[in-house]
Design a protein around this ligand. Structure first.
Ligand code: FAD
Length: 360
């Protein structure tokens, strides 16, 4: 079976890796370079403590895969499991945290509600007046997204996958079903074409004549100068959408979760820097005065009902693998890619039923 995958982000590469292990002949096309998409621009927060119950089993499976994959591909993903704290700054969000933790616990996630005083033990210098309640999961942490992409790419190549960077897919050839893709002026024959183009997925889908209406989100993020390591867990304020963690080099890496946009843009804004700095220093006053060294932005997509879009479409051989969502893409991609590989090879996979493109 010949498979063409469009997009060398974490979704395209994990699907390619597991497909190759199942014996498929795989080519991955990337319009720019590895790390160009959201997979090279994110904050690497990894936790099963998420608020969409359909994604939790995939988050738990991915945590296992993130433990195994580095040895399999012989590449250190720099995953630091120092926990993940979600804080709420309003009573209604505090109630949401409680509801979410109940669902998470039912599905096997070891998360729990903690009071602001306990958060202060995990996050020294936290201003407890700035929050109402929090949830915490120790089996979580921060991964460095670049080695995840590089490591998956290495594992792909070692299993015979060809990765063609600087090679945009311009056309998906459909005659009855998919016949292949045209990229960089050449035709590549394929039995299956996988759309793992992240924020570009709607446009790519159009090339196969399949309507896709994923939301496109833009998210800004920044990094400060290094300070002595002191912040262990990843901290995410669900009321303000502000999150931050400390890198192994001591920098504070943080941002504000994505906003829906009409057009793809990775421009940075001063408005973001001001909003982020205001809330981050309310949460941790010690950060006041730190120099912001660099800021950037990334774009990603989310299914229009908030869930990923993964599976066969009405065009024979054309497969969606996109819509991974706000702060869940890095978390679920390894498990989702593995299940998608099984679906493609076997023709069926009940584990992906909820994400089928045919649900719309
Ligand atoms: C600032 C920021 C912070 C985030 N923080 C987190 C977090 O803490 N935790 C988490 O789980 N998620 C986080 N995310 C979300 C996460 O990064 C994404 O969900 C995930 O990386 C999406 O992976 P993907 O493979 O679907 O898309 P991408 O990584 O965007 O890959 C798609 C690729 O397709 C390529 N492409 C597009 N069109 C074509 C074409 N025609 N031909 C060839 N190639 C094409 C693109 O160039 C791109 O490289 C964050 C995102 C951002 C921007």
């Amino acid at each position: 079976m010949r498979v063409a995958i469009i997009g060398a982000g974490v979704m395209g590469l994990s699907t390619a890796y597991y497909l190759a292990k199942l014996g498929a002949e795989v080519t991955v096309f990337e319009q720019k370079y590895l790390l160009y998409g959201a997979s090279g621009r994110n904050s690497g927060g990894i936790t099963p403590m998420i608020d969409k119950k359909e994604l939790i089993p995939f988050a738990l499976k991915s945590l296992e895969l993130y433990d195994k994959l580095p040895a399999e591909v012989d590449f250190n993903f720099l995953f630091r499991k120092d926990g993940y704290v979600k804080v709420a700054a309003s009573d209604s969000d505090a109630e949401k945290l409680k509801r979410d933790v109940r669902v998470q616990n039912e599905l096997g996630v070891k998360s729990r509600i903690i009071e602001p005083s306990e958060v202060k033990e995990l996050v020294p210098d936290l201003n407890t007046d700035s929050i109402v309640l929090a949830s915490y999961c120790s089996e979580s942490g921060v991964i460095f997204p670049w080695p995840v992409v590089w490591g998956l790419a290495k594992g792909c190549r070692e299993n015979g996958v060809e990765i063609k960077d600087q090679t945009a897919v311009d056309e998906i050839v459909v005659e009855g079903g998919v016949k292949g893709v045209r990229a960089g002026g050449e035709f590549y024959k394929a039995d299956i074409v996988v759309n793992a183009a992240g924020a570009w997925s709607n446009k790519v889908s159009e090339k196969a004549g399949v309507k896709l209406e994923n939301k496109i989100l833009k998210e800004e993020i920044c990094v400060t100068e290094s300070i002595k390591p002191y912040l262990d867990p990843y901290l995410y304020d669900i009321t303000y959408g502000v999150y931050l963690s400390q890198s192994a080099r001591g920098e504070i890496v943080g941002g504000i979760t994505g906003r829906e946009v009409e057009e793809i843009s990775t421009d940075s804004t001063l408005e973001f820097a001001a909003r982020y700095a205001k809330r981050a220093t309310q949460l941790i006053p010690k950060l006041k005065g730190l120099a912001m060294l660099r800021q950037w932005a990334g774009v990603y997509d989310e299914g229009k009902d908030g869930l990923p879009v993964v599976g066969f479409t009405e065009v024979d051989g054309f497969v969606q693998a996109n819509g991974l969502g706000k702060h869940t893409g890095m978390i679920v991609a390894p498990a989702l890619g593995r299940e998608l590989a099984k679906l493609i090879v076997k023709g069926d996979n009940p584990n992906l039923k909820e994400f089928s493109p045919r649900r719309f």
